[in-house]
Design a protein around this ligand. Structure first.
Ligand code: IPM
Ligand code: MG
Length: 356
């Protein structure tokens, strides 16, 4: 039996609860499809700050680099909000992405037929559903550019800079074309080329690489328009490729039109197979420890891990099919229940396991 070494970064807030749900689902699906897992927890975020004074201990970085794959819950919370920038829990997330070289972030957002009523968009807009893959650049741009404080013309001033190299743009754009090739062959590159130099370089490179993929239809869209088009006509999109910050913002928007941000998984990948898998939502401190969180985004992240990191297609599909089934059965956690009776995190996890 193949056995995979998974590093667990439970993190803060609801992180521990949802990661434990995903671990239970992985163990159950592993039994069924003869796939073994070992799970090793490492500290990250606020939990790491509390125990060892820094958000991303070296031991965590080494542990992740030595794992076959990594599953992350979420980091951050009000308790650590007033720390200096380099000590914030979020810094650990950026640190681990950089340390593992995870320049690709895949964020699929699709409308489950069972969740149509939870979608905040008008019925005629989502008649045909939508199934979007956001390819977000994850280790460059303004997230990693030079930043600081200085004395400016009007006194105290803060700055963050966006820069992108040709290499960084080329590699993410290639991933996006490859992704589009395997889907509906439509790629939308989102930028702000009417204002930003980085976007103009981005756009130029997209068109150069487009020549290598004649089968993919590619178009550019300005980010402000894209934010509007996502709620005006989401079914026009297949694959979206965009920079780190635009991808951060647009993926939250895309998640909300699926019904709940609690539904969206993600895979962060380097050139190789090792990656980090995490829900796109945050640590939701307001409901932490209450067994209320929707575990589906993390469970679907585990399914993405089975597919992308281990090529365990059957096991991955068993999980996504089980999620489809529980939604079809009308089972909902509080984020999707609109005040009606809701399942707890553990009840939703049990229901998914029963349907594997
Ligand atoms: C995300 C999150 C992170 C990001 C934060 C927590 C640093 O919002 O994964 O989307 O901005 O990348
Ligand atoms: Mg985000």
């Amino acid at each position: 039996m193949k056995t995979y070494k998974i590093g667990l970064l439970r993190g803060d807030g609801i992180g521990p609860e949802i990661v434990d749900s995903a671990v239970r689902v992985l163990e159950a699906v592993g039994k069924k499809y003869s796939v073994g897992f070992t799970f090793t927890p490492y500290l990250i975020g606020g939990a790491a700050i509390d125990q060892c004074g820094q958000p991303l201990p070296q031991e965590t970085v080494d542990g992740c680099l030595n794992s076959d794959s990594v599953l992350l819950g979420a980091v951050g919370g009000p308790k650590w909000d007033n720390l200096a920038g380099h000590l914030r829990p979020e810094k650990a997330l950026l640190g681990i992405r950089a340390a593992m070289g995870l320049f690709t972030n895949l964020r699929p957002a699709k409308l489950y037929p069972a969740l149509k009523a939870e979608c905040p968009l008008r019925e005629d807009i989502v008649e045909n559903g939508f199934d979007i893959m956001i390819v977000r650049e994850l280790t460059g741009g303004i997230y990693f550019g030079e930043r600081g404080y200085r004395e400016g013309k009007y006194g105290e001033e803060a700055y963050d800079t966006e820069s992108y190299s040709r290499m960084e743009i080329e590699r993410i754009v290639r991933v996006a074309f490859e992704t589009a090739k395997k889907r509906r062959k439509k790629l939308t590159s989102i930028d702000k080329a009417n204002v930003l130099e980085t976007s103009r370089l981005w756009r130029k490179i997209v068109h150069e690489i487009a020549g290598e993929y004649p089968e993919v239809e590619v178009s550019d869209m300005l980010v402000d328009n894209a934010a509007m088009q996502l709620v005006r006509n989401p079914s026009q999109f297949d694959v979206i490729v965009t920079s780190n910050m635009f991808g951060d913002i647009l993926s939250d928007e895309a998640s909300q039109i699926t019904g709940s941000i609690g539904m969206l998984p993600s895979a962060s990948l380097s050139g190789g197979t090792r990656g980090l898998y995490e829900p796109i939502h945050g640590s939701a401190p307001d409901i932490a420890g209450q067994n209320k969180a929707n575990p589906i985004a993390t469970i679907l992240s585990a399914a993405m891990m089975l597919l992308y990191a281990f090529d365990e297609r059957e096991a991955a599909e068993a999980i996504t099919a089980a999620v489809d089934k529980v939604l079809d059965q009308g089972l909902r956690t509080a984020d999707l229940a609109r005040g009606k009776e809701a399942l707890s995190t553990t009840e939703m996890t049990d229901a998914i396991i029963e349907n594997l």
